[in-house]
Design a protein. Structure first.
Length: 73
């Protein structure tokens, strides 16, 4: 498994997971270990992990459909 996305909120990560699922790419959400909060906290960040074989496609999908840091400034 390889990380293809890191999100500040769990809800952003869930939205990205939905995009990958719609494209047929299985993924796993891993809680943001840096915050130490409960993994079900909707404000806690999360990382999206996919199989190595899906990493390229998943990265391309997420780069076209999720906000960048510049979008938040």
């Amino acid at each position: 498994m390889v990380e293809v996305g890191r999100f500040d909120t769990r809800s952003d990560a869930e939205a990205a997971r939905s995009l990958l699922a719609a494209a047929g790419i299985p993924c796993v959400l891993a809680p943001n270990q840096a915050t130490g909060t409960h993994p079900t906290d909707p404000l806690d960040g999360a990382h999206i992990l996919v199989a190595d074989a899906d990493a390229h496609d998943a990265t391309a999908i997420l780069s076209h459909h999720t906000p960048t840091q510049q979008d938040h400034q």
